[in-house]
Structures are given as structure tokens and as C-alpha cells.
Design a protein around this ligand. Structure first.
Ligand SMILES: *Cc1c(COP(=O)(O)O)cnc(C)c1O
Length: 546
């Protein structure tokens, strides 16, 4: 049995008790689910953050609050204790817990003072401690779970310490140092999600002396590590590149444009493996059933044989309308239960914009001309749902969001047609994917690594209005409703025009069916998380027969 270790500082899997921050964690969850469906022995190594951050909106004011959680509540079993060291405490005890699902498992470490996901800055002592704890503690946890690693995937550079722990173990076990480095490199894949190397976190040698070196058993590994520092500083990306012989980006465009240099100054090549989404995201079961029964996708989640022809036979207007009506019902129930929103029109056309509120994703784009937006929504009897969390501390974005909420409040039409959904999470994402008709995705072109929300939306039979970026740009020319324009005001105009076209399509069952067939034919392979797992196995040189 080949043991595939997948390390991630973030996991977004609420059913299993772990809530993430965004796409990186969603990817980790979908990797594990798809590996399970394809019967791949994958161990997901990730921290269990005992504090979960939530956001609430009351009387126009946002605030964060924390909820304490514990693995036992979610069916994990305790395996034992791992120990990591710092300069202050030679034995910090980490609890090791695991949960097994078919061929896969989540293996997790934490202690009561572990803190929350992304606490403090990216180059802070606490973040370094968390990363070291997953690296060295996680590697010890593998032993408790009786897992011999064969390949390692690092979901971003923050998991570098897993590769370092592996190297240290091999050398401690008697392997010659350079042979051990070579071995780790040949079996380690680094998956990059960050476009710009300058944005990567950097640590000082002094921090490494306090938090990292005490965990290394071997002098040669210590010496090698110290040598990687230039002027007393090192970036995790540089270190990660030294221990990973295989590198991937998360979409074709991203793999092409990510500009990284290794410590020799050579440009890094990334192999594109576009993020997919698992069929857990088909929360309205009718849609999944329709696609499986029609042979569009296989039981393991790959595109079926001759799937294009199957799509044309299966995705017919009557069934699409039924699926969307069921999804809408489910969505309206969630909106009532969770947000107290009632009295929505069953016949309305539903737009949604849902993702982390960060500048480059431009949640405010549709609100550039509120009169125009109001007219579009009114003329098409449409609602616009806006869901997403602002990062704690991003005051500029919080101001943007407050401004949008005021604009909505001051416009009679928008007040009854635009809804902001606070504390965005997976459940909100899934309900919006299943229930809405039209997804809006408008990152500044060149800045989205992949994005996966739009994949959840297409698989749940939504029309996509988007800029040509991230994984959307895997398929060229555009088969979705593309937002174009050199200047932002041109893009705004283009967005409104495409929203109008989308609303007309959504209201015409035959036209909608034809459009969705084209979308599904173009993106079905891209969207499949099982396809993604198979591509990773190929990159890692693991044979598979699914
Ligand atoms: C899918 C998802 C994301 C990732 O969305 P992007 O399109 O990659 O920005 C983030 N958060 C939640 C809750 C999600 O469900």
C-alpha cells in the first residue's frame, strides 16, 4: 500500500469539525473525499485548531467571536501524544487524534494553546510554532497511526516542516545526508497557490534557532538548514523548493504566470493541476443522481465515456428546472433558519457572489452603479445574494462592505432585492450553489490562482458570469458569459450586460438548458476532483487503476 501524505495547515471540512478560511482548505477536504472515492490511501495531516473564528453582523456592526471545539465531538479517536520542542519548553505535548474514512484518514495534532487558524501574522513566532507543530508533531503522529510515508504533498509552503521532519528521520535512521535529501525531493510535491513570491512568509534565523532547530535530531540537517539563510533570513518558499522535486500550480494560467525562483536564482517550473470539486458539493441530490444515472460522471467522480453526448441527452430543460426548483427550496429554508429571511418570491431569478472578501475578488464591482443594478434586478425579478467574510484586520475591505450595505439600505429596490449573508461558510456556500441560477465571479484578471466556487456553481447548474481568470481560463475561448474590458468602468458595463443576458437565459428553460450543456461539456473534466487526484498520483509516480 502506497501511503500518500497530504499536509495542509488549513482544512475546510465542517462535517468533520474543522472549519477553514477559504479555497486552500476546501481543496484539502475535496482531495481527501475524492481520494476516498477512488480508493487511494491518503492521510490528511492537519492541525485541529481548538478555537474557531466566527463573524457576526448586528445593527450594522461587525464583530468576531470564538467558539471552542474539541475533536471528540466530531468522532475522532485519540491516538496518543506527540512532543515538539521550543527554546522555552523542551517538551510541548500535542494530542494526536484521527478519524478514518474508507481508504483515507484525517490525522490531526493540537494542544490547548494552539490558537486559531491564521492567528497573528504570517511571519510571527506563533505561526512558526503552529507550522513546526504540524511538521514535527504530525510526523510523529504518523507513527501512532502506523503509517509509513511513501509520498508527501505540501499544500503550500507552511507545511515545509513535514518535509524537513521526514529528512531528519531518514538521516537519523542511517541514510547518508545527500541521499536522504535526494530521496525526499523525489517523493515530495509542493503545491503552490500564491502568485507572487514576495507575498510568501519569511522568518529569521533567530526564530529558527528558537523554534525549529530544537526539533532536529541530526547535526547535518541542522547545518544544512542554517546554510539556507541569507543575511539571517529565509523564505519558506525557498526552503520548500529545496526539498520538493515536484511542483504544481492550481490552474493552467496560474502554473504559467507564477514567478518563483529557487535559491540558485533559477526560475521554477510549475505543472498545472487545476483544482477540482468533489461531488459532496452537489447538495441537492437530484442533480448528482441525474448526472450519474445519465452516465455523465462515473461512480468515482470522473467524466463518463463520451460524456459530451451524455450531457446533451441528460441535461434537458425539464430536469434542470426540477433540480433548480429543489435547490431553491433548500436555499430558502437555509435563509429562513439561519438569517431569518422570509417571504422571498419562489419565481425570482437568483444571482450570487460568494467568496472571501479580498480586494482582488472585487465584491463591490456589481455595486459601482446602484441605479443600474436596481433596474436589472427589478426588470428581471431577481435577487442578489452577497456572502463572504472579511479577514480580521482588513479594515479597508470592511469599509467597502459597510459602504455597500449603506447603498443597499438607501435604495428602495435594492433593500428588498440584495441580501448580505454574514459568517459565510461551507453550508452557506453549498446552499447558494444548489439554489441560485447565476454565479458572479469577477476577480481582477491575473490575480486568481484557481477559485473553486465557480466550479461548485457550474456543477449545480448555474450560469456563470466571470472574468477570464484562474481555473475559468483553463478553457479558451470563453463558453461562459465573460466580463471583458481594459478599464474597470468597461468591466462594470460588461458585467451589467452579462447579468442581463444571464437573467434572460435563466428565465427561458430551453435556452438555459442549451447554455448549461455547453458549460458542462467544456468544464466537466476540469471540475472533477477525482481527475485532480489522478493527476497528482501521476505526478507523484503512483500507479492507480481507477
Ligand atoms: C468554495 C469555498 C471557498 C473557495 O472559494 P474561491 O472561489 O476559491 O474563492 C471559500 N470558502 C468557502 C466557505 C467555500 O465553500
Amino acid at each position: 500500500m502506497k501511503n500518500y501524505i497530504y499536509a495542509s495547515m488549513e482544512l475546510y471540512d465542517q462535517t468533520n469539525g474543522i472549519r477553514g478560511g477559504g479555497g486552500l482548505g476546501v481543496l484539502a477536504a475535496d482531495m481527501r473525499r475524492a481520494a476516498d472515492e477512488a480508493d487511494v490511501a491518503l492521510t490528511l495531516l492537519t492541525p485541529f485548531y481548538p478555537w474557531e473564528v466566527h463573524q457576526k453582523l448586528e445593527n450594522g456592526q461587525f464583530s468576531d467571536y470564538y467558539v471552542e471545539i474539541f475533536p471528540a465531538e466530531f468522532g475522532y479517536e485519540r491516538l496518543g501524544e506527540a512532543v515538539v520542542a521550543t527554546a522555552y519548553d523542551a517538551s510541548v505535548r500535542l494530542e494526536v487524534w484521527q478519524k478514518v474514512f474508507g481508504s483515507t484518514r484525517i490525522l490531526t495534532v493540537f494542544e490547548p494553546d494552539f490558537g486559531e487558524l491564521y492567528s497573528d501574522g504570517g511571519s510571527s513566532d506563533h505561526r512558526l510554532y503552529q507550522e513546526v507543530a504540524l511538521g514535527f508533531g504530525g510526523w510523529q503522529a504518523l507513527r501512532y497511526a502506523e503509517i509509513e510515508p511513501t509520498v508527501l504533498q505540501l499544500n503550500e509552503t507552511a507545511t515545509f516542516f513535514c518535509a524537513l521532519a521526514w529528512l531528519d528521520d531518514l538521516v537519523a535512521g542511517g541514510k547518508e545526508f545527500y541521499a536522504a535529501v535526494d530521496y525526499v525531493r523525489r517523493h515530495t510535491l509542493y503545491t503552490n497557490h500564491t502568485l507572487v513570491q514576495a507575498a510568501e512568509s519569511e522568518f529569521t534565523l533567530e526564530q529558527f534557532v528558537r523554534f525549529v532547530l530544537p526539533n532536529l535530531q541530526c547535526r547535518s540537517v541542522q547545518r544544512w538548514l542554517v546554510q539556507q539563510f541569507v543575511d539571517g533570513r529565509a523564505k519558506l518558499s525557498g526552503l520548500t523548493l529545496e526539498l520538493s522535486g515536484k511542483r504544481s500550480g492550481v490552474s493552467k494560467l496560474h502554473a504559467r504566470v507564477a514567478e518563483y525562483y529557487d535559491l540558485n536564482g533559477d526560475k521554477v517550473e510549475f505543472t498545472p493541476v487545476t483544482n477540482g470539486v468533489d461531488f459532496d458539493w452537489w447538495t441537492e441530490p437530484r442533480t448528482l443522481k441525474m448526472l450519474k444515472n445519465g452516465g455523465v460522471i462515473t461512480e468515482t467522480g470522473l467524466p463518463g465515456k463520451e460524456y459530451a453526448a451524455k450531457i446533451a441527452e441528460t441535461l434537458v430543460s425539464k430536469d434542470i428546472e426540477e433540480c433548480k426548483a429543489a435547490g431553491k427550496k433548500q436555499l430558502y429554508e437555509m435563509l429562513e433558519d439561519r438569517y431569518g429571511i422570509t417571504g422571498l418570491d419562489e419565481k425570482a431569478v437568483l444571482f450570487n457572489f460568494k467568496r472571501r472578501f479580498v480586494d482582488y475578488k472585487r465584491p463591490w464591482l456589481a455595486f459601482r452603479d446602484t441605479e443600474r443594478l436596481a433596474r436589472i434586478l427589478k426588470e428581471n425579478n431577481a435577487y442578489y445574494f452577497l456572502a463572504g467574510r472579511v479577514h480580521t484586520g482588513d479594515d479597508a475591505m470592511l469599509d467597502q462592505l459597510k459602504k455597500i450595505l449603506v447603498q443597499v439600505e438607501e435604495n428602495d429596490e435594492l433593500r428588498s432585492r440584495v441580501f448580505y449573508l454574514a459568517d459565510y461558510d461551507e453550508k452557506v456556500a453549498a446552499a447558494l450553489s444548489a439554489g441560485c441560477d447565476i454565479a458572479v465571479n469577477n476577480p481582477i484578471v491575473g490575480l486568481e490562482a484557481c477559485g473553486t466556487s465557480w466550479e461548485k456553481d457550474i456543477s449545480n447548474l448555474q450560469i456563470l458570469v466571470s472574468t477570464h481568470d484562474g481555473g475559468v481560463a483553463d478553457i479558451t475561448p470563453a463558453v461562459y458569459l465573460e466580463i471583458v474590458g481594459e478599464r474597470e468602468e468597461d468591466e462594470v458595463e460588461s458585467l451589467y450586460q452579462q447579468m442581463e443576458r444571464a437573467a434572460k437565459l435563466a428565465a427561458d428553460p430551453e435556452a438555459r438548458a442549451e447554455h448549461l450543456q455547453q458549460l458542462m461539456m467544456a468544464y466537466l473534466p476540469t471540475m472533477s476532483a477525482t481527475r485532480m487526484v489522478v493527476e497528482y498520483l501521476d505526478l507523484l509516480g503512483i500507479k492507480h487503476d481507477k
